[in-house]
Design a protein around this ligand. Sequence first.
Ligand SMILES: [Cu+2]
Length: 119
Amino acid sequence: MALGSPLSGDGAAAGAVGQCGPYTPAGVPVKFRVSSPDVIHSFWVPRLGGKVDAVPGRINEVRLQADRPGIYRGLCAEFCGAGHAQMMLEVHAHEASELARVLATLPQVGTPIDGGDPQ
Ligand SMILES: [Cu+2]
């Protein structure tokens, strides 16, 4: 499952994809742009909202909001092959005022799926 960087737009706040999972501000809706480099997966963080399919060659979007700071576990909700059972992620929600400081402590990995800069 490949996750694009959450991008701002229509009132959503920017977040970032760190080494351990997406980092987002708490209390703010964040738009996730989701795609896949191989087969169909499904991006799902049950405590934050609905699922969205991750489809090769397509970018789907879902808005999620963590009301409070914390770690929210997510998973691939579509059987996708031998590695499916290990397809977990953690969304790390921080107070918006703390997010930039937290992100500065993380190694940055990955590339936005549209090749552009996160806004
Ligand atoms: Cu899967």
